[in-house]
Design a protein around this ligand. Structure first.
Ligand SMILES: [Zn+2]
Ligand SMILES: [Zn+2]
Length: 747
């Protein structure tokens, strides 16, 4: 045998191309067809990226974790679905299209195709036949259906919202389109805030249930980061409430300071509290209007001083008259509530009291004074949630058309379901000026569904956050059935709730609102089988990938390009590097050290495996010598048993960094076994066979993380054909300890 054949190079590009072709032939990625009443399959839902045109390292981290888990579950014999779709509507795509002066639809298609190529090259085992784009007609038809359904349930309503408006460009602007000095990104003229009728999604009816379910989720595989995000968004505060005499009848007031309620010196109202509508006249009214028409959002964005308005009115509390104030500060803490201001115990209240003359701050206790006790008799335990309804409509041309027609006689009229989808013109080229959709008479001018008179279509589109409310659904059913059964397909029941969502640490809002919508559709009937209204049984949030201690950005020149790394080292190296470098809860500070480690490990394991197989062929058997090393083989088997158990536990918990550490440790142990025996001369066939068996176990345990190299080693051993793989999770009992058994296995 020549030296070259003894040391085959680890040629990642060749191995990976071969294996990927084999996986497609084997149909590895195809979602298994469900048995009539089989057990629930493992649905791994990864992030749905914007169609930016390039995967970044955050995506690579997300999909590598999800893919390793999916492959591990397949090896354990479970039915697995890796679902994927693009969040393709929205501002990033619209802005990119404006820059290039092409229809957004065209841009999105180019980007999606390129990103799918990148994903396939990295070996991600998504069911690519089930990939979807939220901007596809067959997809946004269901966003429109969801809008109509929630509207029907009273969960969508029209209200005024404050938006940034550019007079020159005649358009509303997203926050990121407003430059630092309050000017327009496009024309640099001053932006003003206007009030505009906007569609809102009502989530408040489900806050209590989202809260109550937290205990359940804690007992399920939800990680701390994901749980914390849900608690933060919910923003629950516990306290007490009781009634006081307000200017318009009884008013329920809340405070988290149950023991100090009697020390209140004012009552603070949220501008969204219903009582505000009926308050005051004249100057106060004007101030309130100003607050509601802009000051509020603008100040929340750039001023430290959030406005506080005195109404000149008082309420009579248990201990006398309390001035009534209005401030959005309430919203930021407790939602649209009425709360007691208690400067004696609450620092934020103290700040307010100092800013408003008419309020007696009272004696501020010294820091070391015991907490004052002044509970109010009859106060009931209560809670408030900061989470609130939010706007879902945008004046954008790249989004789901809102299925509403405005009739001069009938006001807003929902489009009948039979007329869906309301199709977005695909050839629209946005300029950033005006509202391109409103200028298309073929889109705008329609008849009222009620009276048939000329009417106008709604020209706002849905924020892509709304499309995202059900992005976890489409992959659970065959594409050909989506047109008719998006939310009612029997196959979805095999996959839902999803066993794991794997998403970035900033996905909390998406998940929270997806949990709300699942409950709404459960109550409406479609998701009745998800009785607790939870779409994700398990949830893993991972932190982001940074570089040189800073967020990656073109400007800083520290962007790590996955394509370059794949070209240089291969997909398996990147996969192992990104998994090994940090646990999912930690920010991953990218460094070449991780790549070097991963590449060195794969390369040396590849060559080691090959060499030991060659040595086994040339080994000799001496029954006496083999009997003497039985103890060592027993030990090796024990190491393998332990190691495999740890790797399996780590992987099941998505702690892939630990799994890979345990895997490399096991590889070291195997090398120790060999070195110890080689001190006494050439390995006996029984030992050489045990060594190869252990190597093949490690290769099989490596499959979830470096699937190409692992399968390459297994096939090169001559003991597996491509069709045997991915096979089942390895079992250490296959290492034969008794001398003659080991020799039999080798021959
Ligand atoms: Zn402008
Ligand atoms: Zn009408």
């Amino acid at each position: 045998m020549t030296e070259n054949a003894r040391k085959p190079p680890y040629d990642a590009a060749r191995i990976e191309t071969e294996r990927q072709a084999a996986w497609i032939d084997r149909g590895d990625y195809d979602a298994p067809t469900p048995p009539a009443d089989g057990e629930r399959g493992v649905y791994v839902k990864s992030s749905s990226p914007f169609t930016s045109g390039n995967l970044h390292m955050g995506h690579v981290r997300d999909y590598t974790i999800g893919d390793a888990y999916a492959r591990f579950q397949r090896a354990r014999g479970r039915d697995v679905l890796m679902g994927f779709g693009f969040d393709a509507f929205g501002l990033p795509a619209e802005l990119a299209a404006i820059e290039r002066q092409i229809p957004a639809a065209e841009w999105v298609e180019q980007c999606g195709e390129r990103m799918l190529e990148q994903m396939k090259r990295l070996g991600y085992s998504f069911d690519y036949d089930r990939v979807f784009y939220s901007s596809d007609e067959g997809q946004y038809r269901w966003s429109q259906w969801l809008f109509l359904t929630l509207y029907d349930m009273g969960l969508i309503y029209l209200d005024d919202a404050t938006v940034d408006w550019c007079d020159t460009c005649q358009t509303t602007l997203a926050t990121i389109q407003v430059e630092e000095g309050g000017t327009c990104w496009r024309c640099h003229n001053e932006v003003r805030l206007i009030r505009k009728p906007t569609w809102f999604l009502k989530i408040t009816p489900y806050l209590e249930e989202n809260d109550a379910n937290m205990a359940k989720l804690e007992a399920q595989p939800w990680d701390d980061l994901a749980l914390a995000s849900q608690r933060f968004i919910l923003g629950r505060t516990d306290g007490v409430e009781f009634e006081v005499d307000g200017p318009d009848g009884p008013l329920t007031v809340f405070t988290p300071h149950a023991d100090a309620a009697g020390l209140a010196t004012f009552v603070l109202l949220s501008p969204r509290h219903p009582l505000v509508e009926t308050l005051a006249a004249g100057e106060v009214r004007e101030q309130l209007e100003q607050l509601r028409s802009g000051g509020w959002e603008r100040s929340a964005r750039d001023a430290k001083e959030v406005p506080v308005i005195g109404t000149g009115l008082t309420v009579s509390g248990p201990k006398g008259e309390l001035p009534l104030l209005v401030s959005p500060l309430v919203d930021a803490r407790y939602g649209p509530a009425a709360v007691l201001g208690i400067p004696a115990v609450d620092e934020a209240d103290r700040d307010i009291a100092e800013r408003v003359d008419r309020v007696e701050v009272g004696e501020v206790p010294a820091d070391d004074a015991p907490p004052p006790s002044a509970p109010v008799a009859g106060a009931q335990e209560a809670k408030r949630y900061r989470a609130n309804d939010f706007s879902i409509s945008r004046q954008r041309s790249w989004g789901t058309p809102i299925p509403v027609i405005h009739c001069p006689d009938h006001g807003p009229v929902p489009v009948p379901e039979a007329d869906l989808p309301v199709v977005l013109p695909r050839d629209l080229v946005a300029t950033g000026e005006g509202n391109p959709l409103a200028e298309r008479s073929d889109f705008v001018d329609v008849e009222c569904p009620v009276c048939g008179k000329p009417a106008k279509r709604e020209t706002d589109t849905l924020d892509c956050h709304f499309d995202a409310l059900f992005l976890w659904v489409p992959a659970t059913l065959p594409p050909e059935d989506r047109a008719t059964q998006m939310f009612t397909h029997p196959e979805s029941k095999k996959w839902l709730p999803a066993e794991r969502l794997v998403a970035g640490g900033d996905s909390g809002n998406f998940v929270f609102d997806q949990r709300v919508v699942t409950k709404a559709l459960r109550d409406h009937g479609e998701f009745a089988y998800m009785t607790d209204g939870e779409p994700f049984e398990g949830c893993l949030f991972h932190e982001m990938v940074i570089s040189e201690g800073r967020k990656m950005s073109k400007h800083l020149g520290n962007v790590v390009n996955p394509d370059e790394l794949v070209g240089q080292f291969g997909a398996d190296t990147i996969r192992v590097a990104v998994l090994w470098a940090a646990g999912p809860a930690k920010t991953l500070n990218w460094s070449d050290a991780a790549i070097r480690f991963a590449n060195k490990f794969l390369r040396s394991f590849w060559i080691y495996a090959h060499d030991r197989m060659v040595e086994l062929e040339g080994s000799k058997h001496d029954p006496e010598k083999a009997a003497a090393t039985e103890k060592q083989r027993e030990k090796l088997r024990g190491w393998c048993e332990n190691g495999l158990q740890r790797i399996a536990d780590d992987t099941a918990n998505l702690q892939m960094h630990k799994a890979i550490r345990n895997l490399t440790r096991l590889f070291e142990r195997i090398q120790q076994f060999e070195q110890q025996l080689k001190k006494k001369g050439q390995l006996d066939t029984a030992d050489a066979e045990a060594l190869v068996a252990a190597i093949l176990l490690v290769a099989r345990a490596l499959q979830p993380f470096a699937p190409h190299a692992a399968e390459g080693i297994l096939i090169n051993s001559g003991r597996f054909t491509s069709d045997d793989l991915p096979g089942v999770w390895p079992d250490a009992s296959t290492i034969a300890v008794a001398a003659e058994d080991a020799v039999t296995a080798a021959s």
